[in-house]
Design a protein around this ligand. Structure first.
Ligand code: TRP
Ligand code: SF4
Length: 325
């Protein structure tokens, strides 16, 4: 099967991104699918980006992908703007996209609310470019977080419209979600996100990991160690559920509800478990970042592989649309 997914190079990927989508990317590579993973820098500029930041985040995002276990020899990992066919095809798809449908996109509504000045056209057509990303490779499977479901529905709609209006050449890609994993933010109120400063980065170092966990909100009923708590309403416990063994979970539930353990003890255990997962990733990341030239070479190789397939599909599309005269 062919797999396609993308990640925006804005800020550091966090544990929510990892469990929600990136871990699947690695699994799919290991299952010997043909995987294409794109660093969506053209999507990133739908919100204002600083040039130096964008350059740096592009390399950092690539380093993260390589460090979580994606192998540039096995998967095709590339930067979106290195493959011009994406925007070329997006134009054609945009001519099949009903404006009303675009305005209904939840992410558009949320993001355009945040930009105080009028929202730009790119923000509105963002999901069309995403559809072009996916369809150019005729991908069957798209591993993404739940927030992308609506964009995938639009991708299927556009595939259908193209097939009906022009010629049936596209398969409708399926979304692949990880089981519903919502990683709560450290403030306990919202889900983990890059923008809200409530997240743990995939390459968080030990010092800041402990700083973040030690100051995270717990069950407010536990003021003293002798106060009994309720793990079910504690965001530290919800993190334990994602990163700790069954045995540790039982230890937390019993210790918290009988006031046998303190919150610091509980957080220390969580720190140890998260750190065990992150340490090897962090170490590889540091190695990659020491050698940005190597990252660039891998990305350019990826772009070459991606270009071959994307250009092939675009040629087919140009012919079908009537651009070849
Ligand atoms: N919009 C996706 C996100 O913000 C990133 C993305 C861009 C993507 N192109 C894609 C995801 C193609 C899946 C397929 O997470
Ligand atoms: Fe939360 Fe653990 Fe404290 Fe209980 S002991 S309130 S689960 S941090």
């Amino acid at each position: 099967m062919r797999v396609f997914s993308g990640i925006q190079p804005t800020g550091m990927a966090h544990l929510g991104n990892y469990l929600g989508a990136l871990k699947n990317w690695v699994n799919l590579q290991q299952e010997e699918h043909e995987c294409f993973y794109s660093i969506a820098n053209q999507h990133a500029i739908t919100l204002p980006q600083d040039r130096e930041n964008l350059r740096k985040s592009t390399l950092q995002t690539a380093a993260i992908l390589f460090s979580i276990g994606l192998n540039p020899e096995k998967s095709t990992i590339f930067v979106q703007s290195d493959v011009p066919a994406h925007t070329q095809f997006a134009w054609i798809l945009s001519c099949l996209s009903p404006i009303g449908e675009m305005e209904r996109m939840i992410q558009f509504k949320e993001k355009s609310k945040k930009t105080r000045h009028m929202a730009n056209l790119g923000l509105l057509s963002y999901p069309v470019l995403q559809a072009a990303d996916i369809l150019l490779y005729k991908a069957n499977l798209v591993p993404v977080g739940k927030d992308q479901e609506q964009h995938l529905e639009l991708t299927r709609l556009l595939a259908k419209k193209f097939n009906n209006f022009y010629k049936p050449i596209f398969v409708e890609p399926k979304t692949l979600h990880t089981k519903t994993i919502k990683v709560v933010g450290l403030d306990g109120t919202a889900k983990m996100s890059k923008s809200a400063k409530n997240h743990i980065s995939i390459v968080e170092n030990e010092k800041t990991l402990w700083e973040k966990l030690s100051t995270a909100v717990t069950d407010p009923a536990r003021i003293k160690k002798t106060d009994k708590g309720n793990p079910q309403i504690c965001n530290i416990y919800s993190l334990h559920k994602l990163f700790s063994t069954q045995q540790d979970l039982e230890w937390v539930v019993a210790g918290c509800s009988n006031a046998k353990i303190g919150c610091i003890e509980c957080k220390k255990k969580l720190f140890k478990n998260i750190n065990e997962l992150l340490k090897p990733i962090r170490e590889k990341y540091v190695e990659w970042m020491k050698n940005p030239e190597k990252i660039k070479i891998s990305l350019k190789n990826g772009a070459q592989k991606a270009n071959k397939i994307a250009q092939q599909t675009l040629d087919e599309i140009y012919d079908i649309v009537g651009f070849k005269y």
